[in-house]
Design a protein around this ligand. Structure first.
Ligand code: NAP
Length: 257
C-alpha cells in the first residue's frame, strides 16, 4: 500500500484529521502539499509543502491546487478534508443565511472547486480522490442541520463523480467519521466546548462521558490517525477496485446494518 513517490494534496492540513493524513502520507514516502489558513509548525515539521489559503472563498481552491501542481509537478491524490462545524443549539430558525452559506462554502464548494482544478492532472495520472464527509451526512441531527446537509451533498457528489470518472481511471470515495478527537472537539472554542457549556460541564468531563451516552460500542472517540489510515488506504493502489463507496468510522455509533 506504499504511497512512495506519489504526490498528494490535502486540505485542512494544519491540525486534526488533515494533519494526521499529511503526516502518515509523508511517512509512507508521498510528496505532500497541505492547505490551511494558518500554517502550523506541525505541518511544516513533516516537510509538507505549505499552502496558506482561505478555502471558503471562490478562487482559493483553484489557486491552492495550482500551487500544489507547480510544486509537486502533478497530482496523484486529492484529499478534500477541510471542514467547519459547530452546534446550532437554538434550532433551525436561528441558523442564518450567512451560516448556511459559510458551511456550504467550506464543506462542499471548496471540494467542488478543488476537484475541478485538479481533474486534468488526476485524469492524466489515473489518480484518486478521497472526500472526508461525516456520519452526519447519513444520520442527520438538528444541532448540526447545516453541517449534515453539506456533508450529504459531498457524499452524494462523490458517488456521481465516481460514476463519471471511474471509466476514465480516477476513483472517488468518501470516508465518514463519527466524533473524532481533534481540536474541533478538544479546544476551548470548538463544538466540544459548545456542547459542554450547554450541559454545564467542562470539555474534558463532557468528552469522557460522551462515548457511552452517544452509543459508541468501542467506548471511545475515533483518533485522527485512524481516520487517516482509512483515507490513505482508499487513496492507495490496494483499494484499486473500490470506487464510489462511503466508509464509516465511528466506534459503532451508527446502528443500521
Ligand atoms: N472531528 C470530528 O469529530 C469529525 C467527524 C466527522 C467528520 N469530520 C470531518 O473531518 C474533517 C476534519 O475535521 P477536524 O476535526 O480535523 O477539523 P479541525 O480540527 O477543526 O481542523 C480543520 C482544519 O481545516 C482548516 N480550515 C478550516 N477552515 C478553513 C478554511 N476556510 N480554509 C482553509 N482551511 C481551513 C484548519 O486550519 P486553519 O484554521 O488554520 O484554516 C484545520 O487545519 C472535516 O471535514 C470535518 O467535517 C470531523
Amino acid at each position: 500500500m506504499s504511497l512512495s513517490g506519489r504526490t498528494l494534496l490535502v486540505t485542512g492540513a494544519s491540525q486534526g484529521i488533515g494533519l494526521a493524513i499529511a503526516t502518515s502520507a509523508a511517512a509512507q514516502g508521498a510528496r505532500v502539499a497541505g492547505v490551511a489558513r494558518t500554517i502550523s509548525p506541525a505541518l511544516e515539521a513533516i516537510g509538507a509543502h505549505p499552502i496558506a489559503a482561505d478555502l471558503s472563498t471562490p478562487e482559493a481552491p483553484a489557486e491552492a491546487v495550482a500551487q500544489a501542481l507547480d510544486h509537486l509537478g502533478g497530482l496523484d491524490i486529492l484529499i478534500n478534508n477541510v471542514g467547519a462545524f459547530d452546534a446550532r443549539l437554538d434550532g433551525f430558525g436561528a441558523i442564518t443565511d450567512a451560516q448556511w452559506q459559510h458551511t456550504f462554502e467550506v464543506n462542499f464548494f471548496s471540494a467542488v472547486r478543488a476537484i475541478r482544478a485538479a481533474l486534468p492532472s488526476l485524469l492524466e495520472r489515473r489518480g484518486a480522490i478521497v472526500n472526508v464527509s461525516s456520519i452526519r451526512g447519513r444520520f442527520p441531527q438538528p444541532a448540526t442541520a447545516d453541517y449534515g446537509a453539506s456533508k450529504a451533498a459531498l457524499t452524494n457528489l462523490s458517488k456521481a463523480l465516481a460514476e463519471e470518472l471511474g471509466p476514465r481511471g480516477v476513483r472517488v470515495n468518501t470516508v465518514s467519521p463519527g466524533p473524532t478527537r481533534t481540536p474541533a472537539w478538544e479546544s476551548e472554542h470548538g463544538i466540544g466546548a459548545t456542547l459542554a457549556a450547554a450541559n454545564g460541564s467542562t470539555v474534558a468531563d463532557f468528552l469522557s462521558a460522551f462515548p457511552a451516552k452517544a452509543g459508541f460500542n468501542t467506548g471511545r472517540l475515533t483518533e485522527p490517525d485512524e481516520v487517516a489510515a482509512l483515507v490513505l488506504f482508499l487513496a492507495s493502489g490496494q483499494a484499486r477496485n473500490i470506487n464510489g463507496a462511503d466508509h464509516i468510522i465511528d466506534g459503532g455509533q451508527s446502528k443500521t446494518a
